[in-house]
Design a protein around this ligand. Structure first.
Ligand SMILES: NC(=O)c1ccc[n+]([C@@H]2O[C@H](COP(=O)([O-])OP(=O)(O)OC[C@H]3O[C@@H](n4cnc5c(N)ncnc54)[C@H](OP(=O)(O)O)[C@@H]3O)[C@@H](O)[C@H]2O)c1
Length: 322
């Protein structure tokens, strides 16, 4: 098959591309990037092939996107832009861009589109990220295409550098005497290992089936107190992990991280991100899905990777917005 992947040299896309290429499929890389954010798990030969077979999409030009997708059997869509300069809702814009890509896929005669969304989406959600993903899902369901949807809430990977959220939380935990978690610290977070996410995406790309909607979650669902306590223990951090309870709002906690942003040039924590983490929406809709239990354990990964996590700060702004 010929498979198109948005971001085949980015995070999840690299792992999916490596699987598909190893099985003899062609992969069209829909990306700004000609070099991967990190080489592994790709071989140099695979990375070179993805650099050569590449189109940087103009999401405003449906005709050009349709031409680029001619001959593709499956399109994997992970395209999302979380921050933009100026006014406007970047999530609504990303959903609309996804919708134009689905239209192009339809025109090109693509057999199936697989969307990476988010857990527990709803168009009426107060969280712009969740509402935006719900809108993208609706556009895909209405596109008259074979489709599937995978829903992660967080992704951890082979290396600290690609697991930005975990790595940077570990970096903070290595340095601060007190690490505040929002609310009572009892909100559950159920991320997936990137290799398990890629395996799910590959399976969902089967053009013979349609309408699959699956959580892309792992077996561990720690509360934020348990999660950041485990991270602190794994890195040997000096501090306490304490719930802010009613004393500090998520906006106030976010404001406390601003000096870190001035130091790193990054945005460690967006208030919307923290609200989302404390929302109860970062867990599987269907915890009984048997695939979840078979995936890699977050807590085992944290214990194993502790010595490496948070040694170096990783800037998501530098990786995705320059
Ligand atoms: N990572 C998580 O923890 C997580 C959690 C929940 C949901 N998700 C969703 O899962 C999908 C895959 O996540 P991921 O972390 O593997 O994706 P990623 O590496 O951030 O990249 C996904 C795609 O979005 C594009 N993109 C990202 N930032 C961009 C920017 N500033 N301007 C233009 N394009 C940009 C990338 O383009 P380039 O290839 O050109 O860089 C790539 O095609 C995304 O849709 C994400 O919303 C991820």
């Amino acid at each position: 098959m010929r498979c198109a992947i948005t971001g085949a040299l980015s995070y999840t896309g690299r792992y999916l591309a490596a699987r598909l290429l190893a099985k003899g499929h062609d992969v069209l890389n829909l990306s700004r990037r000609a070099t991967p954010i990190a080489l592994a798990p790709l071989s140099q030969r695979q990375a070179d092939a993805l650099a050569a077979d590449r189109v940087a999409l103009d999401f405003d030009d449906v005709d050009a996107m349709a031409r680029a997708l001619e001959g593709c059997d499956v399109v994997y869509c992970s395209h999302w832009v979380r921050f933009v300069a100026g006014d406007g809702d970047p999530h609504a814009a990303a959903a609309a861009a996804n919708g134009r890509l689905f239209e192009a896929a339809k025109r090109a005669g693509v057999a199936k589109v697989v969307l990476m969304s988010h857990t527990r989406t709803s168009t009426s959600s107060p969280f712009p990220y969740i509402a935006g993903k719900a809108k993208a899902e609706d556009l895909l369901r209405e596109a008259d295409l074979n489709y599937a949807i995978a829903r992660p809430c967080g992704i951890f990977g082979d290396t600290p550098e690609e697991s930005i959220l975990m790595n940077n939380a570990a970096w903070v935990l290595r340095h601060v005497p007190v690490f505040l978690v929002a609310g009572d610290g009892d909100h559950v977070f159920q991320p997936v290992h990137v290799r398990d996410a890629a395996a799910l995406l590959e399976a969902l790309g089967d053009p013979a089936t349609t309408g699959e909607e699956r959580d892309a979650c792992g077996p561990d669902a720690p509360t934020s107190l348990e999660l950041f306590g485990a991270l602190r223990d794994a890195v040997g951090g000096p501090g306490l992990v304490v719930p802010a309870r009613g004393l500090l709002s998520t906006r106030a906690i976010t404001a406390l991280t601003r000096p870190i942003d001035w130091y790193t040039g990054d945005t460690l924590l967006d208030a919307d991100d923290l609200d989302l983490l404390a929302s109860g929406l970062t867990r599987a809709d269907d915890p009984g899905d048997p695939a979840i239990a078979a995936r890699r354990s977050l807590l085992a990964w944290i214990a194993d990777r502790g010595p490496d996590l948070g040694r170096r700060y990783v800037s998501s702004v530098a990786r995705y917005y320059r």
